[in-house]
Design a protein around this ligand. Sequence first.
Ligand code: TMP
Length: 213
Amino acid sequence: MARGRFITVEGGEGAGKSTNIACIAERLRAAGLRVRLTREPGGTPLAEEIRALLLATRDEEVCGEAEVLLMFAARMQHVERVIRPALERGEWVLCDRFADASIAYQGAGRGLGMARVQALRDLLLGDFGPDLTLLLDLPVALGMRRVDGRGAPDRFEREQAAFFERVRAGYHTLAAAEPQRFRVIDASRELPQVRAAVLAAIEDFVAGCGDAR
Ligand code: TMP
């Protein structure tokens, strides 16, 4: 049986990840593929507990190193208990964020340095990583307007525009360094156009996976 494929979706706040992920899952299933939908931080009971720790607002300032290690603690549990076994069973794993988010948010956003977080990723994951990454990209101000009023902001959503600008620049750097893995989608457009671009990228990828069914 063919190994499944690992697809991740990344982007800033208000990029429309959830809606587009649901459309991708529907399209892959319609193509006869078995799809495992998951997210980070989270995706297992332990990793979801770590997620709650990470997102909770608190008086104590969280240092970037503690934050990135918690992200990777959740990630390793998720990879070993969910993602890798699913891929080995031939399932396609569709994940809302993965290690690129740590490089962009903690490396670039928090200022730990992208190279340090990449070194941590390499140490823990080796060459394990997504086969395809869709980056839903949009200007920070537009993303912030879209999420405004969605309910109580979590610890990340409380950050200032300058933090999200660094995150966005970090994602651009990652996408430019690995153009064969990344597809950058302009998510500032209306949802139907974004969805069409996302699905076109998925069709293109599936067409290139001759052994997948
Ligand atoms: P979500 O809103 O996409 O569910 O993600 C929760 C928050 O966690 C989001 O603000 C991005 C942040 N995050 C990181 O800072 N580093 C990471 O490695 C991951 C996976 C998410």
